[in-house]
Design a binder for this molecule. Sequence first.
Ligand code: SIN
Length: 286
Amino acid sequence: MVNRLKDLEIVPSNQSLGAEVCGIDLAEDIPGEVVHRMVKAWERHHVIYFRGQSIKDERQLEITQWFGPRHAPYPDMPILGDVSQPDIISISNVTEDGLLGGGRLEPHQDTVYLPTPLAGAVMRAEEVPKSGGDTSWSNLIQAYYELSPGVKRRLRGLKVIAFNPYAGRSARRDLGGGQQWFGTQDSTPHPHPLVRIHPPTGKKTLWVSCLNSERLVGLRNLDVGHQLLSELKTHVDQDHLYYTHRWKQGDVLIWDNRCCNHKREAIPEGQRRVFYRSVIGGCRPY
Ligand code: SIN
C-alpha cells in the first residue's frame, strides 16, 4: 500500500517559498485526502516538488487537473506552444519540438498578458544537464508585504499592462528556439491590477513581471510611471525572495503563477535538458 496520509510529509525549503513533498509515488493511486493536502501545500508554499518520480504525459495531465482547470486558449493570442494547443509542451534545448531554447530566461510570470493568465504549471524533468539550467521562483506576496506603507499607498488603484513576447512588434525571438511561433499581430493590451489578490489565501501580491510588465495605468505622468515600474522590477528581483530549484531527473514540480516570478539560468552548450510542461487555467486577476 502506497500514498497513505500518514506517509505524506511536506518539507519546507526554509527559503521564501518552496517545499518538497515526500512519501508519494505519483504513478500510483492517490486518495482524495492526500491530494487535498498536496493542493493545500501548493497554495501555501507556492512551489512544491516531488523527487524520483516516473510518470508519462497522461498521468501528468491528470495530476495537473487536481490543481485547477484546463487552460482555455484564446485563438488570436499566441502563447508558448500555442500552435496546435497541445496540453503538454516540451521545454527543451534539444528535442525537435522543444520550446524556449537554451538561453537564460529573465524573471517572469507566464501569460501575464492574457485576460486570464495561467494559475500555475506542472513541469517534469526527464533529462537534466550536469550543470546550469536551474530555475528560481520569487515570492511576490512577500515582495508586496516588504514595501513601505508609503509605496503601498502609491500603488492603490494602479493597473499594469504586460507585453506578449510571442506577438507582433514585441516578439522576442531570443526567447524561443525550436519551433517557437511568433504571431504577426500585436496583442490587445489587458490591464490587470498591479496589486492583485492571491485567490486561495486572499493575500496581496505584487503583480510585476520583470520581463513582460510594460507600463502602468492610472498615473498622469508617464515618466513617473516608468520610473516606479522600474523600481518595482528591482524590488521583486531581490535574492532573498527566491527559491532556486536544482533539478534532478525524475522531478515533478508544480508552481503557482499567481504569486511568483520565475527565471532560468542558461543551459551550457552541448548539455541536454528535456522537460515537459502542462498548465493550470487561471481566473481574471482582481
Ligand atoms: C518556463 O519559463 O516556463 C520554463 C522554465 C524552465 O525551463 O526552467
